[in-house]
Design a binder for this molecule. Structure first.
Ligand code: NAD
Length: 557
């Protein structure tokens, strides 16, 4: 069905059901999740192998995709496939408890780690941008970021308004793979969102999947709809097809200052991710190809104006925060020296969760049957009956989220909880309560897995923002703990040179061996987050370590 060997773009769907095509479920899971990343329902531009986040790809080219699939079909249960920037480069004999796949994407020696070098290497066919979950085969559609985005807006509401977002208006831009989660997250927190997006097909896609409620014809209509919904205290998300760089100054001129301003265009990539103001969508796409240097310069200048507008809105009373796309650092390149005057979302709203080992735990049902996800949701609610926030989230997710590709779920869980959930899922497979194994993974955006000074590790208490040893330790910990596949990337979220980060995916196939792997990985993976934050001096992380027995040689031993 996958038309392996044709080397051409074509729609790809993950195989489903309980029948194996590979020699074991670990290889089978990798194969299905790679295909799932490119499912037309899931990936933003599957023909180009692009999954999300600007250029974030699942395989280097279609020949590499075919070769990965072929290799996984033949891979023995004591072998490990090596993938270098989306290309399968070798198969080694390891042992049964080792990972079946090891992946490294877009890593460049630090002195040369910038977009210029990346594009040169890309042109020569030597490298691939893996974003976070694109090149590590654990993308689950826009849902993957939904809970994190919802938690962020909920935390913002608590911090600034002492409630949720009822009656408040959020303005943001970008309705791509990740940014598309913003409208639904805001309305889940009972707020009103105006989401500016230049590509009409992205708006159509979010409307179709019910992430976005309505589209406005122009700015005046968007403002009027937003003001009415806020006055009626009704949640509403409004799409506006335009360039954010044209819209924010127009809003200021009209005296419209939202309660909250942020952005999720792919600003981290000035060539492929951001559209300069003043150009039509079509003209911009043409210029991108015909004169990339001029395009990049225009995009960076437009980002500088964009940040100036955000700063002006902040001065006029809006709450401004950066949503993890490196917009501020890009603006600084064009002289906006005070771009960092508004904070990133991690120090503002998420760090405290990281100190408890909480992060984006996610899973997918390899059977392809949505009922299996319902079984896992219900079992999780029974396992943690006192976690009311989690229970509310799961109920809301069941009601509002349409599955994209393989049925899946995201649910932020903390240290200790992830391990219990992993064992529970393995038991559900063992006892036949679900029809096929469950894949458990996470975003690279997690408590112990990233070094990213303008995002996950911005403003660390001890100043260790740029120390990347932690991400490498997390990666090695996951290999040592027996994850099914492990990845290490440069750049995801904020662009080449700005972040190093690791990912793991582990399969619960109902066997005793899987129980050992799943519980070991899901204990140690967030464990590195506790260690990283305790070492940086966060008391919450030290308390969790003391309470849960995480050994810290220079703190509690
Ligand atoms: P994407 O490339 O799929 O979508 C970006 C969207 O922005 C596109 O639809 C594009 O048309 C639109 N856009 C670009 N410039 C615009 C402009 N000037 N005006 C209006 N629309 C414009 O990317 P994505 O997966 O949605 O990710 C968006 C950004 O968020 C990336 O930089 C990504 O790295 C970052 N990110 C953040 C988080 C987080 O947790 N905060 C997580 C993942 C990714």
């Amino acid at each position: 069905d996958l038309k392996i060997g044709c080397g051409k773009p074509r729609p790809v769907k993950a195989p489903t059901g309980s029948q194996l095509h590979c020699k074991g479920w670990y290889q089978e899971a990798a194969l299905r999740m790679l295909c799932n990343n490119l499912d037309p329902d899931n990936g933003e531009n599957p023909d180009e192998l692009i999954v999300y986040g600007g250029l974030g790809k699942a395989a280097r080219n279609w020949d590499c995709f075919d070769a990965i699939i072929k290799t996984l079909l033949d891979l023995e249960n004591n072998e490990t496939l090596l993938v270098q920037s989306g290309k399968p480069v070798g198969v080694l004999t390891t042992h049964t408890a080792a990972p079946r796949v090891l992946i490294a994407n877009a890593n460049i020696v630090p002195h040369w780690a910038n977009w210029g070098t990346f594009h040169e290497l890309d042109k020569k066919g030597l490298i691939m941008y893996g974003q976070m979950t694109a090149g590590s085969w654990i993308y689950i559609g826009t849902q993957g970021i939904l809970q994190g985005t919802y938690e962020t807006f909920a935390a913002l509401g608590q911090k600034h308004f002492k409630s949720d977002l009822t009656g408040k208006i959020v303005v943001t831009a970008g309705l791509g793979g990740m940014g598309g989660a913003q409208p639904l997250s805001v309305t889940m927190a009972n707020g009103v969102a105006i989401c500016i997006e230049i590509d009409p097909s992205r708006i159509a896609r979010r409307l179709e999947k019910r992430y976005l409620d309505v589209e406005a014809d122009d700015l005046d209509a968007a403002i009027a709809m937003a003001r009415k919904a806020a006055a009626d205290r009704k949640p509403l998300s409004i799409g506006l097809c335009a360039n954010v760089g044209d819209i924010l100054p127009a809003m200021i001129q009209k005296g419209f200052i939202p309660d909250v301003i942020t952005d999720q265009t792919s600003a981290h990539d000035e060539l492929n991710g951001y559209f300069p103001a003043g150009l039509s969508f079509k003209d911009a796409l043409t210029l991108r190809k015909s004169d990339p240097d001029t395009y990049k310069d225009m995009a960076l200048n437009a980002m500088a104006d964009h940040v100036r507008a955000i700063l002006e809105m902040k001065d006029k009373g809006a709450i401004a925060f950066d949503y993890g796309n490196n917009l501020r650092a890009q603006a600084m390149k064009k002289g906006v020296d005070n771009a960092m005057d508004y904070p990133g979302f991690v120090p503002a709203y998420i760090r405290d969760l990281f100190c408890k080992g909480e992060g984006p735990f996610r899973w997918a049902a390899l059977s392809g049957d949505p009922k299996d996800i319902k079984v896992t949701d219900d079992a999780l609610m029974q396992l943690f009956p006192k976690k009311t926030k989690m229970i509310n989230w799961l109920k809301m997710a069941q009601e509002k989220i349409e599955h994209m590709g393989l049925p899946s779920r995201i649910c932020w869980l903390g240290y200790g909880e992830r391990e219990k959930a992993g064992k529970l899922f393995n038991d559900l497979v063992r006892t036949g309560k679900v029809k096929a194994p469950i894949v458990i993974g996470r975003d690279h955006l997690d408590c112990g897995s990233v070094a990213s000074p303008f995002r996950e590790t911005e403003a660390m208490k001890d100043g260790s923002d740029a120390v990347a040893d932690w991400a490498l330790l997390n990666c090695m910990t996951n290999v040592a703990s027996g994850a099914t596949w492990v990845s290490f990337h440069d750049g995801g979220g904020v662009g080449i040179g700005y972040a190093l980060h690791a990912g793991q995916v582990t399969v619960a196939d109902g066997t005793d061996e899987a129980e050992i792997r799943v519980t070991t990985v899901l204990r140690n993976d967030p464990g590195t987050g506790i260690i990283r934050h305790a070492d940086a001096g966060y008391q919450t992380a030290i308390d969790v370590a003391n309470e849960k027995g995480v050994k810290l040689p220079m703190i509690n031993m």
